[in-house]
Design a protein around this ligand. Sequence first.
Ligand SMILES: NC(=O)c1ccc[n+]([C@@H]2O[C@H](COP(=O)([O-])OP(=O)(O)OC[C@H]3O[C@@H](n4cnc5c(N)ncnc54)[C@H](O)[C@@H]3O)[C@@H](O)[C@H]2O)c1
Length: 464
Amino acid sequence: MQDSRRGFLSSCATAAAAAAVTPYFFSKAHTLADETKSATDRVALGLIGAGSIAQANIGVAKDWIDVVAIADVDAGRAAKSNERYSQGKAAVYDDYRKILERKDVDVIHVATPDHWHTKPVVEAMLAGKDVYCEKPLTLTIDEGKLIRRIQQETGRIVQVGTQQRSTFPLFVTAMALVAEGRLGRIKRVQAAIGAAPSSPSIPVASVPGELNWDRWLGPAPAAEYRFFQGPAVVDKEGKEKRPQPNTNCHYEFRWWYEYSGGKLTDWGAHHVDIATWALLLNGQTAGPLSIGGTSKHPVAFKDGLPVERDRYNTATEFLFTVDFPGGTQMVIRNDTDNGILIEGEKGTIFVNRGKLTGGPVEALKDDPLPEGAVAKVYKNLPIEENERKAHWANFLYCAKNRLEPISDVHSHMKMLNICHLAGISARLGRSLKWDAAAEQIVGDEQANSMLGRPYRAGYEIEMG
Ligand SMILES: NC(=O)c1ccc[n+]([C@@H]2O[C@H](COP(=O)([O-])OP(=O)(O)OC[C@H]3O[C@@H](n4cnc5c(N)ncnc54)[C@H](O)[C@@H]3O)[C@@H](O)[C@H]2O)c1
């Protein structure tokens, strides 16, 4: 069983490879790295937000970029990153706007928490910079409208960090199977994305000396800094381990609606993205029409806002159904195997970061995808042979050649709107009807008021 599955996967890999743009995929001598910039003509990158994902991203992009400037509101993190990425030679700021002023910075990487994405992305585009911004691109639906407009007006290249779109052979092969009609008309897609943790009451704590808490909050409502870390525990091997702290700051911001959307946007941005991509490739370009379901939160909500402010508040359980014209449905849930199940009239596939399975995948052994099928879903852009580096290579290639990258802001917002609507529906505890063309919730003034959020005074977007 094991062997035969490995066989299917390697046949997928072969199919993906065969269908890719061969000079880039196969030839070591001519990889996308060479295409992007030569060793003497490297890309100068300004990093905004030097946290955990930035570390991973700089690691995969380092063949092509030099980190020349770093901004973080936590001076300790900025200094550490400077040593790690730039041997201490980068300019370090606590105000990212200083990076945007610099003429020697080619591209910007935004890796701040979600509530701090839209403002630097818009200001970077207006300053003439191309941007790689982490997912989810926005905290609200209205922010997405603004980013799309400014991107169109400035023509800047913006890649969103939904790297599953560049993951071969699994996700992109799955999309090629859909695009080639191997599943027939899709009836239902299901994105299983796990659930947020809950927390105990987290005490107000003194702000660490290196952290500018007011600036970390930025456009979000004023709030006190909270932090608690339990005592170290000794594991089976006798090693002391410190538990993950509970806080409303670094990393854990994801579990607070004030700064994020919980799992609905954190993992929704990955798996709802693939589910929506499948629908688009299957011709389902209109909609959605409505969203409804059930959810549980660790705190009570009133008028869409958490009543208790001392603990994580995003949904810990949820099951949403999204209806599209023609009867197609998307299901977003927390309780089944992490991944995307795509059910078509002719066959069903399941894909996640570790496997691609189902009848249409097995059928590839006898009937491989036609040449060019994978490249077509990848917008006929060259494919970097190193899967881990492919998303960054795609961004740098598109920036150099002025092309729309694989995770463009327009298709990203089409799917992120669904995640944000699920969040609004969860917080209000009712179903919503959606006018996708007008990007308005139908007949629900209170829900419509949650499409955006006012920016805290002093942190408004600077439109130049
Ligand atoms: N693509 C992926 O698979 C993936 C994985 C993890 C995280 N992410 C996304 O990356 C983003 C960051 O997540 P993380 O886990 O690295 O968080 P993190 O808390 O570890 O890092 C964020 C950093 O941004 C800094 N920051 C906050 N406000 C700032 C500002 N105004 N200017 C400069 N720096 C500021 C913080 O001090 C912190 O160092 C999130 O949006 C998250 O969803 C994506």
